[in-house]
Ligand binder design. Structure first.
Ligand SMILES: *[C@@H]1O[C@H](CO)[C@@H](O)[C@H](O)[C@H]1NC(C)=O
Ligand SMILES: *[C@@H]1O[C@H](CO)[C@@H](O)[C@H](O)[C@H]1NC(C)=O
Ligand SMILES: *[C@@H]1O[C@H](CO)[C@@H](O)[C@H](O)[C@H]1NC(C)=O
Ligand SMILES: *[C@@H]1O[C@H](CO)[C@@H](O)[C@H](O)[C@H]1NC(C)=O
Length: 279
């Protein structure tokens, strides 16, 4: 147990079975977001007038959250499908998965980012080893006091360690909502904006299912998050990558990483962000 864990009060841990009706609200899209099959399936769609999106009813302070996504098939250039956590506000914390569409046959880009205290600029981008439009795949954020880990189908793809002791802010006090959305970003998403959205292919649709959270639910009335280790297996709360996990992540990154802010010296002429040399 760490000091930060010790400070969390309460007793309830959510182990949520997937039900989008119970766990999410549709936030926009005027009918373009649909919760189907008794809450088991969520579809988001995008056309020339609007995209669509949902937000979790709860806020969370730490959690291991899985979501299965099946992305917009065919010509998805210009579209962005998201699954992310954010606390909102000018000093927000945020943890992002963003899937940038492409022309038929060209690979999707999985873009990840992370904000602490309102500061982002931490993109790492990857190709995937499968076609993410053919089937559902599981995308996981593990967020605990030691680190933030991103997984695809159980393979660790990115790690952000808690380096607060070295002066680097870490998200640990602002509860976050979970958001998912499908929207148009033809000005930058595909080949840097060279390939525009082909609206004659609309509506574009992405599907979500099997949302699962082992997480600490934030209570704004008691101003605390509830994580107890009494009733549930809370091993995720102290999970980090062991040597084997590190090696798997490095292998993935070697083969599939296409952009890393930590090597972008043109972007950071005054020096790379401090975590890049500490991680
Ligand atoms: C789209 O495909 C092109 C050509 O293969 C590739 O360079 C690009 O990284 C892919 N992804 C995006 C989002 O443009
Ligand atoms: C857009 O989609 C239509 C319908 O499939 C196709 O005929 C057209 O060639 C596409 N336009 C571009 C620029 O790819
Ligand atoms: C909630 O807790 C934070 C951090 O301890 C504190 O700054 C804030 O004033 C509290 N808010 C309420 C409504 O108690
Ligand atoms: C708790 O979960 C972890 C990982 O999911 C597993 O390795 C461990 O065996 C579990 N422990 C118990 C007591 O169930």
């Amino acid at each position: 147990m760490t000091v930060s864990l010790f400070l969390l009060m309460g007793s309830l841990v959510a182990v949520s079975a997937s039900n989008f009706n119970q766990d999410f609200d549709i936030t926009y899209g005027d009918g373009r977001a649909k919760i189907l099959n008794n809450g088991q399936l969520l579809t988001l769609s995008l056309d020339e007038s609007s995209g669509s999106g949902v937000r979790s009813k709860n806020q969370y302070l730490f959690g291991k959250m899985d979501m299965q996504l099946k992305l917009v098939p065919g010509d998805s250039a210009g579209t962005v499908t998201t699954y992310y956590f954010t606390s909102l506000g000018s000093t927000h914390d945020e943890i992002d998965f963003e899937f940038l569409g492409n022309l038929s046959g060209d690979p999707y880009t999985l873009s990840t980012n992370l904000y602490t205290q309102g500061n982002g600029n931490r993109e790492q981008q990857f190709y995937l080893w499968f076609d993410p439009t053919m089937d559902f795949h599981t995308y996981t954020i593990l967020w605990n006091p030691q680190n933030i880990l991103y997984f695809v189908d159980g393979t660790p793809i990115r790690e952000f360690k808690n380096l607060e002791s070295r002066g680097i802010p870490f998200p640990k006090s602002q509860p976050m909502w979970i958001y998912s959305s499908l929207w148009d970003a033809e000005n930058w998403a595909t080949r840097g904006g060279l390939v525009k959205t082909n609206w004659s292919q609309a509506p574009f649709t992405a599907s979500y299912r099997n949302y699962g959270a082992q997480a600490c639910i934030w209570s704004s009335s008691s101003n605390s998050s509830s994580c107890s280790s009494t009733s549930t297996n809370n091993s995720w709360l102290s999970q980090s990558l062991d040597t084997t996990g590190q090696q798997r992540m490095q292998r993935f990154q070697k083969n599939y990483m296409i952009y890393n802010y930590c090597t972008d010296t043109l972007r950071f002429p005054l020096g790379l962000p401090p975590e890049c040399s500490l991680a």
